[in-house]
Write a protein that binds this ligand. Structure first.
Ligand SMILES: [Cu+2]
Length: 179
């Protein structure tokens, strides 16, 4: 592979890695994970789930993850009619399209006890900004919501990807020097 080919190969890789870095991994339940004691309503309340993001369910052998078909099955904890069931203890679910998905623990009684979570995924390309003229002055000091939590979860989950980008950027630079 000549230096020019290497250059384009690395360039494509860098673009791909950057795109990957924009999707977040959400560890369901945060540090407590997928557990009976976790308050999933509270965990989910400050999160934004975008197409391309991943959910990670981390749990002990006491639990499992069942995906339920709809709101009704979720409300009534109908585990027997689950679309899918996982039990590895470290399950990754890709949010591949906008919409709502329902997850519950398959262990008897756990779902009824509140071990369930409803995830609503939004289109990643179109952030839901309020309809307002975009060209006018953007300084609106009146509204300053505390969005720091959202940013930290994304930042921490994509941190390792940036390391890879730096390595690739170094490779890119090296290939440039050979040209
Ligand atoms: Cu459970």
């Amino acid at each position: 592979m000549g230096p020019k080919n290497t250059f384009f190969f690395v360039l494509v890789l860098v673009v791909w890695m950057t795109k990957q870095a924009q999707s977040a991994q959400h560890v369901v339940g945060g540090s407590q994970g997928w557990d009976a004691s976790t308050d999933f309503n509270s965990w989910v309340s400050d999160k934004t789930f975008k197409v391309g993001d991943h959910l990670v369910f981390k749990y002990s052998a006491l639990h499992s993850v069942a995906e339920l078909a709809n709101e009704n099955a979720y409300k009534n904890c109908e585990i027997s009619s689950a679309l899918d069931s996982k039990s590895s203890g470290n399950d990754v679910v890709k949010l591949n399209k906008p919409g709502t998905r329902y997850f519950a623990c398959g262990t008897s009684g756990h779902c009824q006890g509140g071990m369930k979570v409803k995830i609503t995924t939004v289109s990643g390309s179109a952030p839901s900004t309020p309809a307002s003229p975009s060209s006018s002055s953007s300084s609106s000091p009146s509204s300053s919501p505390t969005t720091s939590d959202n940013h930290t979860s994304v930042a921490s989950s994509t941190y390792h990807s940036f390391g890879a980008i730096f390595v690739l950027a170094a490779l890119l630079l090296a290939s440039l020097l050979h040209l």
